[in-house]
Design a protein around this ligand. Structure first.
Ligand SMILES: [Zn+2]
Length: 108
């Protein structure tokens, strides 16, 4: 995984600061950022992208593993407690870098 570094510009909204965290449908998390960008993270993708795995995600996800029981906005990270009891911490900078929208991935 490559982390794109975003240079913060003083006086401008910080693109790594979420303004809103909400559900998108039943299977995804949506985050709006301070620079008006919106990202969508499907739950299963989010679980596989847990920074703690360090490139070694589990082979297969069960339903419980990809189902968030609690989502909390901390000052500098998003905390997700999954239905199987695992707790994942997503620092906002890393989360923003995980955005897979066309604008962020350079796709069309
Ligand atoms: Zn994006």
């Amino acid at each position: 995984m490559t982390i794109k570094k975003i240079l913060p510009i003083l006086g401008q909204p910080n693109p790594e600061q979420p303004t809103d965290v909400h559900l998108v449908g039943r299977y995804a998390l949506g985050i709006s950022w301070a620079d008006n960008h919106s990202s969508i993270y499907p739950f299963d993708r989010l679980r596989l992208d847990d920074p703690a795995f360090e490139g070694q995600p589990p082979e297969a996800l069960t339903d419980a593993m990809a189902w968030p029981r609690e989502i909390k906005k901390l000052p500098d990270a998003l905390r997700v407690v999954w239905a199987d009891g695992r707790e994942s911490l997503y620092p906002y900078a890393g989360l923003r870098a995980l955005c897979r929208c066309a604008g962020c991935t350079g796709g069309h």
